[in-house]
Design a protein around this ligand. Sequence first.
Ligand code: UD1
Length: 363
Amino acid sequence: MHVLSVVGARPNFMKVAPLLHRLAARGHASSLVHTGQHYDANMSDAFFRDLGMPEPDHHLGVGSGSHAQQTAKVMAAFEPIVQERSPDVVVVVGDVNSTLACTLVCSKLLIPVAHVEAGLRSRDREMPEEINRLVTDCLADLLLTPSPDADENLRAEGVAEERIVHVGNIMIDSLVAQLPRARSSDVVTRLGQRPGEYGVVTLHRPSNVDDPEVLGGVLDALRDIAREVPLVFPCHPRTRERLAEVPGGADGLLLTDPLGYVDFMALVADSKIVLTDSGGLQEETTWHRIPCVTIRENTERPITITEGSNVLAGTDPDQIRTLAAQALKTPRDEHPTPALWDGKTADRIIDALEAWSEGPRPR
Ligand code: UD1
């Protein structure tokens, strides 16, 4: 079986790395396309290095742009490559513009697509990722889901049962594989912190950072929380550009450039609390059982609330302060890890691809 995998943006790398490793170990032909949606060394190269990923076979170099520009550039550049490579299946992951663009190209070329992390829904169509999820799941042939809620979402949308396989959370494969290296990272001391006595902040959603009023309110709350517990803030380039527009900015927070995968995992693993608008981090904190205050009105990952350590604060500064104070006071939750978040998802994905490529293929 020849599997062509696509990566584009930072949250894709840790989802594809374990799959590439297991495909190679199981003797399948594999190729990798990097769309170049993320291109800074600390948003891309550092992750390839940390995760032991091979150089991409093709780098499309699309870079930043409006949604239409970025999606169109990926489509135009990807089409001749996928035609030339003619894989048995293309694997796309997550919900970024590259995921949608490559799925759309393949479905018109009748090249089978498998979507890893299928079925998640925030039910918020103002979120660009929600549009990407809906269209990708509508078009992809095989829908590989991380959690039972995702299966339910797909069934409710009328997706045929044979297209849905619950494989578990692939991101946890990377976490489990890299945890020993994270344990020997010195990032916590390098940043002048003590294990268990600091918090981690990440912010990058356009709805939170592009509007100075919203960003101002969120940072107001974070500056207050930082008086109680030091907050380390590895800052996304989108957010970095906006900080100067907000009075007080990130004063009192320890601002750093984006960190590589291993250092970031090490920083999170030893933290007391995480405040974030990231999707993946809600899951990683649930696995670590670290309290997570999500600075969003909704989540496409409800299992992190029902079976994890996540709470939704929205962007109201008082609510962020209140939930952070509660999380800092509450003893660490000892919930069990959600089913199939066990570091073995890549093998279940390959099992599903093998079974599907041998059987009848419903479209
Ligand atoms: C993208 C994904 C989002 C994901 C996030 C993780 C979409 C619609 N969004 O959002 O789902 O959570 O990645 O980071 O696909 N920039 C750089 N260097 C880079 C990349 C970006 O400076 O390597 C800056 C540019 O100013 C760019 C901006 O960040 O315009 C936004 O980048 P973009 O790829 O459009 O979206 P993200 O906000 O990163």
